[in-house]
Design a protein around this ligand. Structure first.
Ligand code: SF4
Length: 379
């Protein structure tokens, strides 16, 4: 019998300082908190390695936060602990997010040595004024230099994270970012529209009227432009916000979109295993206290029923440009998607938001910029 295969996500909840738009769980880096976190994380790895038994790990993603805040030695120890205590498959994809201001050549060499085979660089934009506006601690030139350093260290799989729809950004400015990003020849690019969360400093500035958000039509134009631009430069648009050279799609992220199991470690990390979803305590102290007492810091555990799982299979699977396979849906649930969501699928096809191609149901080009409207139909 084939062993269960999962992905592992590790959340590192520290950054040098908080960006104005950020709603991720991240604390300002401080050595003592980081040491406490690493001890707790080690205990969490231990507890889970005992529970998972034969489960094989096919991808690891160390994200945050800013994992590289921890320094090369601590990150190497963490990666070694994961390999020593979980059954990591040969050839597993191992990604670490790096930020230009906290990673150096020696650290990247150490990561490569520990089996990291994919780096994700937070470039965001090639415009230094916008980087300052966002509260990022690096320049565009430093992000570019980071990619060159990664190449020299031996990495052949690099992702660049980009953001569009930043207040003050216009289409020509976005095109310059795309041009500079492509010139670095990354294997993968992620491009997300800036989300403005009301509890962030940026959200407060927008609510107070001191910052004017990007207009919806302008943001949509930037989204459509990234699709054309990257397609013209040889990148396949394989997920709403993700683009890759052939064979370089993110295997770890694919697992989320395809409804496969994953385990999240670290504060606020989410998990989906054995039909249950939960998240870890987001508060760093609560997370550490639980693990000091040898308890998993699990909160909000929900056992998904079949209706929930079918809805998720639709709205996560439709994020992929290839869409969902109706045969795979039927094999997984013993029911046909076309029957379960009969009225909805037909309505969306009639509105030219969904299309059927052979076995697959997928979003139309018209639906891509308004994908959330489509997904709401399945929730
Ligand atoms: S670097 Fe990323 S996680 Fe850290 S504050 Fe900025 S946006 Fe948030």
């Amino acid at each position: 019998m084939r062993k269960t295969e999962i992905g592992l996500y590790v959340h590192v909840p520290f950054c040098l300082a908080k960006c104005v738009y950020c709603d991720f769980v991240s604390y300002p880096y401080e050595e003592r908190s980081a040491e406490r976190y690493l001890r707790a994380l080690d205990a969490e790895i231990d507890l889970w390695s005992g529970k998972l038994g034969e489960t094989a790990v096919k991808s690891i993603y160390v994200g945050g936060g800013t994992p590289t805040c921890l320094g090369g030695r601590a990150l190497s120890r963490l990666l070694r602990a994961l390999r020593n205590r979980f059954s990591v498959l040969p050839g597993a994809e191992v990604t670490v997010e790096i930020n230009p201001e906290t990673a150096a050549a020696e650290m990247l060499e150490a990561l490569l040595h520990e089996g990291v085979n994919r780096l994700s660089v937070g470039m965001q934009t090639a415009d230094d004024a916008l980087l300052r506006f966002l509260g990022r601690r690096h320049t565009a030139e430093e992000a570019a230099a980071m990619v060159i350093t990664a190449r020299r260290a031996g990495f052949d799989n690099v992702n660049l994270d980009l953001i569009f729809g930043i207040p003050g950004q216009d289409l020509p400015c976005w095109e310059r970012t795309l041009g500079e990003a492509v010139a670095l020849e990354p294997e993968h690019l992620s491009a997300y529209g800036l989300e403005i969360h009301h509890e962030t400093p940026l959200g407060a500035a927008v609510a107070g009227g001191s910052v004017v958000p990007c207009r919806e039509e302008e943001e949509r134009a930037m989204y459509l432009r990234v699709i054309d631009f990257l397609s013209a430069h040889g990148y396949a648009h394989y997920e709403i916000s993700n683009f890759a050279r052939p064979g370089k799609e993110s295997r770890h992220n694919r697992l989320y979109w395809e409804g496969e199991p994953y385990l999240g470690l670290g504060p606020a990390a989410h998990s989906y295993l054995d039909g249950c979803r939960w998240s870890n305590a987001a508060d760093l102290s609560v997370y550490c206290e639980n693990l000091d007492g040898h308890r998993l810091p699990v909160t909000g555990e929900v056992a998904l029923n079949e209706e929930d799982e079918m809805a998720e299979a639709m709205f996560m699977g439709l994020r992929l440009i290839e869409g969902i396979s109706c045969a795979r849906f039927a094999a997984r649930f013993g029911r046909k998607a076309e029957k379960v969501f009969a009225g909805k699928i037909e309505d969306l096809i009639a509105q030219d938001l969904l299309q059927r191609e052979g076995d697959r149901l997928r979003l139309t080009a018209k639906a891509l910029p308004v994908a959330n409207v489509v997904f709401r139909n399945f929730v």
